[in-house]
Design a protein around this ligand. Structure first.
Ligand code: ATP
Length: 767
C-alpha cells in the first residue's frame, strides 16, 4: 500500500451466518486476515493468520459459525449483512453431493446443473460457491462457462469447459486454471448470431460428454454450467437450447419469477427448475465497468496478473507475450456469418443452422486492428490435397488466442500479439467483433501509485549511482594533487569505496524500481543518470561544460531512451538446460564472436594508447593519434563488459529463481561457471570505469559508458532471449535508429577538449 494516509487496520467481528461485503477500487489494495473462527469467500475457505490481498473487486466473506477478520487498506464500500442465500445454496449442494455419491458408487453420471438469471443476478457467484463446495468435498466437477460476456475460463467471447480439481480453488483468484476446452464465439452478446452460439454450445456439449465418458470420477462429479445474462428473445431460445444440449437435470433461476415460470414449461420433464433469491450483495455493474472487466480479462490472458509486493510464487501469474510479424500468405483469417434464409437460397424449412452459418475469409485491412482472434486447432480442421474447407472451422475448438495489433496493406504484413514463443499452432485464425484495446485503465480517477513509486525509486537510484561515480572521480582528483610518493592505488582510497557503495546501493534501487513499473518505463528513466552527471561533474568537480557536451549528452540520452523503449522486452523463465540450449544457438555463437571482436578491438586500442602515452608522453605526436580514442577505449570496454555482466546476472537470476521454486539448478558445474563469469565481468567493468575516470573527465566517460552499457545490454538481451524474431516493424526501424543517435552523440562528445592525461598516475585538474 502506498498512501501515507492509509487507515489503521480494522477488526470485523462477524456473527454466525453473516457476511462482510466489501468493494476495492482500481488503485487500492486491501489485505484481509482471518484471526479466529472460520470463514469462506464464495465457498473457498480462508486459512487463519494469512493475508489475502484484494484489488478491483466486489466480494463477500461469509461465516457459518462466527469469526474475527482484520482488514487493512481502503475499501470503497464495506458493511456486514445477515441476509444471505447461503442456507439455500448449501441445501442445494447437499442434495447434489448425495447424487454424486450415488453416481460414484453406481459408476454413473453425476448431477448436471445450470445457473441462469438476468444480468447481475449473481450467477457466476452461485456457480463459484457450488463448484468450491464440490471441490472441498474432494469431487472433480466440470465447470462449463457459457457466459460470452466475461469468459471466466478464457478470453471474453468464448464458451469453455474444464474439469476442476482442488488446486483450482483459490480465495484471491476466481479459478486457477490450466488449458480449458474453448470455442471462440467472438462476440460478447448473442445478438444477430445466436445460431453460431447454439451450434458451438452443442459441439462443446458433445466434447464434454466424451470427456466425462472417459473418466468415472469426473463423470460422477457432474457439471455446473454458468450462463450469460441475456434471457430475452434470442437469449432465451439459446438458454433452452443449452439446457437440452447439456442434458441438464437441475436449472437454478436467480431472482426472476417470469423466467422461472417460462422455463418450467419449456424444459423436458426430466429437468427440474428451482428458484433462488438474488442476494442483496450482488453489485450492479455499469456498461463501462463491464467493458473494462472484459479488457482486464483479455489483458490477463496475455500478460497474466501482476500482483504488486506479492510473494515469489504469486508472480508466476505474470506472462511475457511476444509481438510477431507475419506475411499475409502465412495466415488465413476467417469470420463466421449468419446468413438470412433468403441469402442461403434454399426453400424455408430446408435450411438448417449449419447452412446458414458461413465461414468466409475476412478482408485483411486495418479494420482488423485490435481484434482478438482464435487460433484454430489444426487437428479439428479439414485441410487436405483439395485445400482447406473453411466450413470445417465451425466445429473446431481454439488452441489459443492472439491479438491482431496492426495490418499493413502496403507491405502485406500483419502484426500479432501472441501469448508465447514459437510458431502458431495453425495458420487459421477466426475473428469476431471482440476487440482488445490495450492500455484502457479502470475508471477510478486515482493516480497510479505503483508507476510513480517506480519512477521516484529509479530517479533516486540513478542519482545515487552517479553521485557514487563522481565521488570516485573526486578521489582521483585529490590524488592527482599529491606528490608521486604519496599517491596510492585507487582500491586503497576510502572515497573510492564510498563511491562504489553508492553505485551498488543506487543499482539496487534501479532493480527495485522494476518491481513497481515496467522495464520499458524504468530503463529510459534510468538515463537520467546523464543529467545528474552533468550537474555533479560541472558544479561539483568543476569540469568545463560546453555546448557540444550538452548536445552530445542529450543525443545519447534520446538514443538510450529510444533503444530501451523499442529494444527492451520482458524475459521468460529458463532452467539450466534451456539456458545451455540458448547458449548453443548459432545466433548466440555469432553474437559471442561479435562481442569478442568488439572487446579485442577496444582492448588493442587501449593497449596501444597506453603504450604511446607511457613511452612518448601526452604531448607527443605518437600519442596525438590516440588522443580521441584513448578515453573511448576505457568507456566502451567497461560498458561492453558491464553489459555482459547483465546477461550473466539475468542467467544466474533465472537459476536462483528456479532453485528457490524447488528445482535446484546448482547441481551442475555450468551454474558455477555462470556465477564466476558474473563476478569476473562485474570486477573488470568496475576497474575499467575507475581507470577511465582516473584519466579523463567524467563529463565524457559517464555518458559514453552509459551508452555502451545500455545498447549492448539491450542488444544482448534481444539476441539471448530471441526477441529480434518478434520485433515489429516499428522496433526494427527505431532500435537501430536509437543506436545511430547515440553514436552521433558520442562523436559530438569526442570533440571535447579534455585535459591531457598524465603519463603516469592521474590527470591533473583543479579540484
Ligand atoms: N454477496 C455479495 N457481496 C458482495 N459482492 C457480491 C456478492 N455476490 C456477488 N457479488 C459481486 O457482484 C458482482 C456481480 O455478481 P456475479 O458476477 O455473480 O453476477 P452475474 O449474474 O454472474 O453477472 P453477469 O450477468 O454479468 O454474468 C460480482 O463482482 C460479484 O463478485
Amino acid at each position: 500500500m502506498n498512501s501515507a494516509d492509509e487507515p489503521a487496520p480494522e477488526r470485523i467481528f462477524l456473527k454466525p451466518n453473516c457476511e462482510f461485503r466489501f468493494e476495492v477500487q482500481g488503485g487500492d489494495d486491501v489485505l484481509i486476515r482471518l484471526k479466529s473462527g472460520t470463514a469462506e469467500l464464495f465457498g473457498a475457505e480462508l486459512a487463519k493468520e494469512r493475508d489475502y490481498r484484494f484489488r478491483k473487486c466486489q466480494l463477500a466473506i461469509f461465516t457459518w459459525h462466527g469469526c474475527e477478520l482484520l482488514v487493512t487498506g481502503k475499501c470503497s464500500v464495506s458493511y456486514t449483512s445477515d441476509e444471505t442465500p447461503m442456507a439455500s445454496i448449501v441445501n442445494i449442494h447437499t442434495q447434489l453431493d448425495r447424487i454424486r455419491n450415488d453416481a460414484w458408487h453406481a459408476k454413473g453420471a453425476g448431477p448436471r446443473v445450470l445457473i441462469t438469471g438476468p444480468t447481475d443476478s449473481g450467477k457466476s457467484t452461485v456457480t463459484r460457491i457450488l463448484l468450491n463446495y464440490a471441490l472441498r468435498m474432494g469431487r472433480k466437477p466440470t465447470f462449463v462457462d457459457l457466459d460470452v460476456a466475461h469468459g471466466l475460463l478464457s478470453v471474453p467471447g468464448t464458451i469453455a469447459a474444464t474439469p476442476l480439481e482442488t488446486n483450482c480453488m483459490s480465495v484471491e483468484e476466481e479459478f486457477v486454471l490450466t488449458a480449458p476446452l474453448a470455442y471462440f464465439f467472438g462476440h460478447t452478446t448473442l445478438k444477430d448470431i445466436s445460431e453460431l452460439y447454439k451450434f458451438q454450445a452443442s459441439e462443446l456439449a458433445k466434447r464434454v460428454d466424451q470427456r466425462l465418458a472417459n473418466d468415472a470420477e469426473v463423470n460422477a462429479a457432474g457439471i455446473i454450467v454458468n450462463t450469460s445474462g441475456s434471457i430475452d428473445n434470442e437469449g432465451y431460445q439459446a438458454l433452452v437450447h443449452c439446457i437440452q444440449a447439456f442434458r441438464i437435470d437441475l436449472v437454478i433461476v436467480l431472482g426472476q419469477d417470469r423466467l422461472y415460470s417460462e422455463l418450467t414449461s419449456a424444459v423436458p420433464p426430466t429437468t427440474s427448475v428451482i428458484k433462488l433469491p438474488r442476494s442483496d450483495g450482488v453489485v450492479q455493474r455499469s456498461n463501462q465497468l463491464r467493458h473494462q472487466l472484459r479488457m482486464d480479462g483479455c489483458h490477463s490472458y496475455f500478460y497474466g496478473k501482476k500482483i504488486p509486493n506479492a510473494a515469489p510464487m504469486q508472480s508466476l501469474y505474470e506472462y511475457s507475450p511476444h509481438v510477431v510479424e507475419l506475411s499475409f500468405d502465412d495466415i488465413n483469417i476467417f469470420r463466421v456469418h449468419d446468413l438470412s434464409v433468403s441469402d442461403v437460397m434454399l426453400p424455408v424449412g430446408q435450411v438448417d443452422d449449419l447452412q446458414r452459418l458461413r465461414v468466409l475469409p475476412a478482408e485483411k485491412t486495418g479494420d482488423l486492428a485490435h481484434c482478438i482472434a482464435a487460433v484454430i486447432h489444426k487437428s479439428s480442421v479439414k485441410d487436405d490435397d483439395i485445400g482447406l474447407d473453411p466450413q470445417s472451422l465451425l466445429g473446431a475448438s481454439a488452441a489459443g488466442f492472439v491479438q491482431i495489433k496492426a495490418v499493413n496493406v502496403q507491405t502485406s504484413k500483419i502484426t500479432l500479439l501472441v501469448p508465447c514463443h514459437g510458431p502458431l499452432p495453425s495458420k487459421n485464425l477466426v475473428v469476431g467483433s471482440l476487440k482488445f484495446m490495450e492500455g484502457t485503465k479502470m475508471p477510478t480517477g486515482l493516480p497510479n501509485y505503483d508507476l510513480a513509486t517506480g519512477i521516484v525509486v529509479c530517479l533516486l537510484g540513478t542519482t545515487l549511482s552517479n553521485f557514487g561515480l563522481n565521488i570516485q572521480k573526486y578521489s582521483f582528483t585529490l590524488q592527482a594533487h599529491l606528490p608521486d610518493a604519496e599517491r596510492r592505488p585507487y582500491t586503497a582510497l576510502w572515497q573510492w569505496w564510498l563511491g562504489l557503495s553508492c553505485v551498488v546501493v543506487g543499482s539496487i534501487g534501479d532493480f527495485a524500481a522494476l518491481s513497481f513499473a515496467a522495464q520499458s518505463v524504468i530503463m529510459p528513466v534510468g538515463s537520467f543518470t546523464l543529467v545528474a552527471n552533468l550537474f555533479f561533474a560541472h558544479f561539483w568537480l568543476k569540469e568545463r561544460l560546453t555546448r557540444n557536451d550538452l548536445v552530445g549528452t542529450v543525443c545519447i540520452c534520446v538514443g538510450a531512451v529510444v533503444v530501451c523503449i523499442f529494444g527492451a522486452h520482458e524475459s521468460t523463465s529458463y532452467t539450466l538446460d534451456e539456458l545451455i540450449a540458448l547458449y548453443q544457438r548459432w545466433d548466440m555463437v555469432f553474437y559471442a564472436v561479435f562481442i569478442a571482436a568488439v572487446l579485442a578491438a577496444f582492448t588493442l586500442l587501449n593497449v596501444r594508447s597506453e603504450a604511446a602515452l607511457q613511452t612518448h608522453g601526452a604531448d607527443s605526436t605518437e600519442y596525438a593519434v590516440y588522443r580521441k580514442w584513448h578515453p573511448l577505449s576505457y568507456a566502451a570496454l567497461s560498458g561492453v563488459v558491464g553489459a555482459q555482466s547483465v546477461m550473466f546476472a539475468k542467467s544466474t537470476g533465472e537459476l536462483i529463481k528456479q532453485t528457490l521454486g524447488g528445482r535446484n539448478q546448482f547441481t551442475h558445474g555450468l551454474s558455477f561457471v555462470l556465477l564466476a563469469a558474473l563476478v569476473v565481468t562485474i570486477t573488470t567493468q568496475t576497474h575499467l570505469l575507475a581507470m577511465g575516470l582516473k584519466h579523463f573527465d567524467s563529463l565524457y566517460i559517464v555518458p559514453v559508458f552509459t551508452c555502451f552499457f545500455i545498447t549492448f545490454s539491450v542488444l544482448g538481451g534481444a539476441v539471448y532471449f530471441e526477441e529480434f524474431k518478434s520485433y515489429s516493424v516499428a522496433q526494427a526501424v527505431c532500435f537501430p535508429l536509437g543506436v545511430l543517435v547515440t553514436i552521433g552523440g558520442i562523436s559530438i562528445l569526442a570533440r571535447r577538449e579534455m585535459r591531457q592525461p598524465a603519463a603516469k598516475g592521474y590527470l591533473l585538474i583543479a579540484p
